[in-house]
Each structure stands twice: as C-alpha cells, then as structure tokens.
Write a protein that binds this ligand. Structure first.
Ligand code: GDP
Length: 194
C-alpha cells in the first residue's frame, strides 16, 4: 500500500498531528525514546496510510547511543520503503526550529531536520515540512522565511506552499498540509487519494 511518512524530532507534535489527520487515537505522553516501531494508521478512505516514525534528537533520559539508533532505524525504514512512499513529511516545531538549527550549525553539526529534509529529497521523495505550533509564533512571515533560508529554499516562504506548510495540529488547523499533500498526489496522478 502507498504511504505518507511523518518524521521529526521528539515533542514537535507528531502524535497530535497524526490524531488530527486520521482521527485515530495515538498514544501521546509516552516516555520518549521508548517507541521504536513505525506506527501505521489508515487514512479515512483506506486508500493510503500515514506512518508515524519514532521521534529522534534530544530526549531527556535517553542515551546518546539510543538516540543514534532511533535515527538509524528511521533512515533505514525510509530507504527500504522509498518506492512506495508518496510524500515524506518532516514535522518541526515552528517556534523552536530555527533556533535549534542555528545552534547545531554553529557547533559544526548538520541539524537533524535539515538532514532529514535533504535525505528525503535525495531519495526523490516529495517532501513537505509541516511547521507545527504556529499558534505560538508571533512573527509568522519572518519565522517561515528564516526556516526556508535554513532549508536552502529561497524566501519568501509563500513561494513554497507545496513544501512549507504552517499548521497548528493542536488547534486542528492543518489545511495547508492537506493542500500540499494534494499537490504532490496530483503530481503523481493520484488525485483519488485526498
Ligand atoms: P510528539 O513527541 O512529536 O509525538 O509530540 P506530541 O504530539 O506528544 O506533542 C508534544 C507537545 O506539544 C504536547 O504537549 C502537545 O500538546 C503540544 N502540541 C502539539 N501540537 C501543538 C500545536 O499545534 N500547538 C501547540 N501550542 N502545542 C502543540
């Protein structure tokens, strides 16, 4: 079956988004780093499924070694299933993402979110960055432009609506993400899906 995968750091709101998209109750608040298996959820029409991959990056109480292992597992899952992945969604926390990216860059590391974004693109998987928690962001356009810049997308962000989708999963406003998904489904001649 065809699938849309969700990847992202721990605590960005992936479970909340999954619940909003599929209506399935996704267990939240579980101890981070414990769930290592992909979670599959049928889209209402059962024409494709969403796959929630384990959150990676910093989690308090989770060893560096284990965090690395989670990321390796996520990367492997995407590689092994690349042929049937319709769209890869990188979920980020709109309030925190740019600061986290800049901090890692300053330390000479490739930030996880940026790495995942490029990784999906290298595999030629259409990619959407779901910028979540936008309800907490005041300087919306500036934040989104900064994020585009860090991802190597030339601002303004409005030029990238099929790639950058500002949402608030908690408030139930996810239409920009659905719109981006529709665009990618259409490009793949799968207008039947959404
Ligand atoms: P996960 O670890 O990525 O699955 O994140 P969760 O879905 O468990 O959410 C982490 C925290 O972020 C929870 O406290 C959520 O209520 C909160 N959260 C999720 N989405 C939003 C949102 O759109 N806005 C705000 N303000 N908080 C959110």
């Amino acid at each position: 079956r065809d699938e849309v995968v969700l990847v992202g750091r721990s605590n960005v709101g992936k479970s909340t988004l999954m619940r909003e998209l599929t209506g399935h109750k996704v267990k939240t608040g579980k101890k981070p780093g414990v769930t290592r298996q992909p979670n599959h959820f049928d889209w209402a029409s059962e024409k494709f499924m969403f796959t929630d991959l384990p959150g990676f990056g910093f989690m308090s109480g989770v060893s560096e070694e284990r965090r690395e292992q989670i990321k390796t597992d996520v990367v492997r899952y995407v590689e092994e299933n690349a042929d049937r992945i319709l769209v890869g969604v990188v979920v980020v926390d709109g309030k925190a993402a740019v600061d986290i990216i800049d901090r890692h860059s300053a330390e000479g590391e490739v930030p996880h979110d940026v790495e995942m974004f490029h990784f999906l693109q290298e595999l030629e998987i259409p990619t959407v960055v779901a910028v979540n928690k936008m309800d907490k962001v005041d300087d919306r356009d500036e934040r989104l432009n900064d994020l585009c810049d860090r991802l190597g997308l030339y601002p303004p962000w409005q030029q990238w609506r099929e790639t950058v989708a500002p949402i608030s999963a908690k408030r139930g406003s996810v239409e920009p993400l659905l719109e981006a998904l529709r665009t990618h489904f259409h490009d793949q001649k799968r207008d039947d899906l959404l």
